[in-house]
Design a protein around this ligand. Structure first.
Ligand SMILES: [Zn+2]
Length: 363
């Protein structure tokens, strides 16, 4: 019943295009967003249509849920009521995408021109989680080579490197790569280079928060699977739609102009199975451990869909509204509390009451 109420009360699009950012921006971020918008305005960056991966052609099944992303960058973010994927209505074309990742992406999203030790440590933590997951389901001794696409500073690879694995990675950002190279990692600039990373050369390929950025994920995944040796593995992680409330207070923080498609567990399970992979592990956080079967061949599919996805689409819609609703409720008590504390402060009662509460707690 509450779900029905929320569904009725909250209307899409929830967030309008008003240029307001929900992320506190530093000077570099502000500057880079301005640069990006100028490149769009002057036509250096161009957009193209971004059709849904489910292959549906009826545009009436798309509903705009937001007119901007978390940085206030204008972009229509739509939910497909046929399959439940959330996607950009229009994406940067291939040329603009490469330029965006070279020049704008890290400055806007990380807010630092060079990788920091802190960024690297965060990456290492994620890498350790992947290593533990992999060891649990497969066994770390079953692999020798690890390759990561979109590796940034290479921190995810680092725990595998310390285990004596032959690791390598690629990324578009030269400054971030430099950081990892100085740590002893074998990293190279640009897209996957099959001279350096030949077909069937890798025992484990990692794609961490990369798939959601890709313009043509079906074709790209086919290419990526080709790098994996027969009978070996992939770890793919994206930010899952049903995991939003675990990561973000306000659901708009999930929406990014760089996320071409946003996924949930069931869609990805079907996606990977359609591409001929075996799902060894997967969850709603959208962390997947996959196996490439012996004798795998490229899958010539243009769309990925099954009927259950229509039910999932409704679930995505209601859940999103619910997250937003919960966020509104949480917000109010928070501000009431802050307002109350401010009032006590003005009246000179904040510190005495704090001392009193501390005394009571001690008892
Ligand atoms: Zn769809």
């Amino acid at each position: 019943m509450l779900n029905n109420f929320i569904d009725q009360v909250i209307k899409f699009p929830i967030w309008k295009n008003d240029g307001k950012s929900y992320v506190k921006l530093n000077e570099l971020q502000k500057h880079q967003i301005k640069e990006f918008l100028n490149k769009v305005k002057s036509g250096i960056y161009k957009f193209e249509k971004n059709p849904c991966l489910c292959g549906k052609t009826n545009e009436e099944l798309d509903v705009v849920i937001s007119e901007k992303d978390r940085y206030g960058i204008p972009c229509e973010i739509v939910l497909c009521r046929n399959c439940g994927l959330i996607r950009l209505k229009e994406r940067l074309d291939n040329y603009s995408t490469v330029e965006f990742y070279k020049n704008d992406y890290r400055n806007i999203y990380v807010g630092k021109e060079i990788a920091s030790e802190e960024f690297f440590l965060d990456q290492i933590k994620r890498g350790e989680t992947f290593l533990i997951l992999f060891d649990k389901f497969v066994g770390i001794n079953n692999i020798n080579t690890v390759f990561e696409i979109g590796c940034g500073a290479g921190g995810i690879l680092y725990p595998f490197y310390l285990k004596g694995k032959k690791v390598s990675g690629c990324d578009f950002n030269e400054n971030y790569l430099k950081f990892g190279i100085e740590k002893g990692l074998d990293l190279y600039l640009g897209e996957v280079n099959t001279q350096k990373t030949p077909h069937k050369s890798q025992d484990l390929v990692i794609l961490s928060h990369v798939l959601e950025h890709l313009n043509n994920p079906i074709e790209a995944m086919n290419n990526i699977i080709e790098l994996v040796s027969d009978g070996k593995y992939l770890i793919v992680e994206v930010p899952g739609i049903f995991y939003i409330s675990r990561t973000y207070f306000n659901p708009i923080l999930y929406f990014q102009n760089a996320h071409v498609y946003n996924y949930y567990y069931y869609y990805l399970k079907i996606f990977f199975e359609t591409l001929g992979l075996e799902v060894l592990y997967g969850d709603e956080r959208c962390t997947f451990l996959l196996k490439k079967p012996l004798g795998w061949t490229r899958k010539r599919v243009t769309a990925i869909f099954d009927k259950n996805m229509q039910l999932w689409a409704k679930k995505v819609e209601v859940t999103l509204k619910k997250y937003y609703f919960i966020h509104l409720l949480k917000l109010n008590p928070y501000y009431i509390r802050r307002g109350f504390i401010h009032l006590l402060d003005v009246l000179g009662l904040k510190d005495p009451i704090k001392t009193l509460i501390a005394k009571i707690n001690k008892k």
